[in-house]
Design a protein around this ligand. Structure first.
Ligand SMILES: C[S@@+](CC[C@H](N)C(=O)[O-])C[C@H]1O[C@@H](n2cnc3c(N)ncnc32)[C@H](O)[C@@H]1O
Length: 240
């Protein structure tokens, strides 16, 4: 193991996450495919290996610092892009049942390739806008855990993500700075979509030591019939 992998495993061990040799190999394959495909399509601005391990892989796994990755957990990752946070979570916790929703088909194409290349089972990649997918009964109110990282502000995210969450399930928004203002701005959409704020956990990303926030929201009732609104509406007119 080189220094980067040693550091990555040490940091995760400190958080109670242990990876086998074969899981570390999967992370390395993922890194290589990400960088290769990034030459042909825009997947990430971060390609330097150590930075990818910390800013993408470790940061994605931070969900598991605060939420137990229980058996048979059914996860939806909304606006997953190049697979964050769901692919690192699936590598580290292979029992997870993962659905990825992204509106950009080329990213879904990459994710389908990566999941089969890494031999990940029980990962479904859906090319759709979140607002459209959440109207379908197979997705609506169906997931124990819904994640979103770097997709939109909280007021929009609530409308994108909460319709996927089962009653009693969790929505995890992964945020940087300024999260408190976003939460306050989103209080109307939270109520409308039956969300209840539980906690905001703060942690420092190692190496560059920037602050990250994990916002935990639970679902107190089924999604009201009128939500989500038609695709395209939320960004122009968030529920504030
Ligand atoms: C900035 S990228 C973030 C990707 C990834 N979550 C990460 O942390 O690197 C935002 C992603 O959200 C997707 N997206 C934006 N609006 C969406 C929507 N309404 N439904 C589904 N995906 C959406 C985009 O296609 C893009 O892949």
């Amino acid at each position: 193991m080189d220094n980067i992998l040693n550091n990555f495993t040490d940091l995760l061990n400190n958080r109670g996450i242990r990876l086998s040799e074969s899981q570390l190999h999967q992370f390395e394959l993922y890194y290589r495919e990400l960088v290769n495909w990034n030459e042909r399509m825009n997947l990430t601005g971060i390609i330097e290996r150590e930075q990818v391990y910390i800013k993408h892989f470790y940061d994605s796994l931070s969900v598991a610092f605060f939420v137990p990755m229980s058996d048979h957990l059914k996860i939806a990752d909304i606006g997953s892009g190049a697979g964050f946070p769901s692919i690192p979570l699936k590598i580290a916790f292979p029992h997870l049942r993962v659905t990825i929703v992204d509106s950009l088909n080329k990213r879904i194409h990459f994710l389908n390739h990566v999941t089969s290349f890494l031999g990940l089972s029980d990962v479904q990649c859906v090319h759709a806008r979140a607002e459209d997918a959440a109207r379908l009964p197979i997705h609506r109110d169906q997931y124990d855990l819904v994640t979103a990282r770097a997709v939109a502000r909280m007021a929009v995210l609530n409308e994108f993500c909460l319709p996927f969450v089962s009653v009693g399930g969790l929505f995890v928004a992964m945020k940087g700075q300024g999260v408190q203002d976003e939460i306050e701005e989103a209080s109307f959409s939270l109520r409308e979509l039956r969300g209840q704020w539980l906690n905001t956990h703060r942690f420092e990303l190692p190496v560059e030591e920037s602050t990250r926030h994990i916002v935990l929201i639970t679902k107190t009732g089924p999604t009201p019939k009128k939500y989500p609104r038609k695709a395209g509406t939320p960004l122009k007119s968030p529920l504030i």
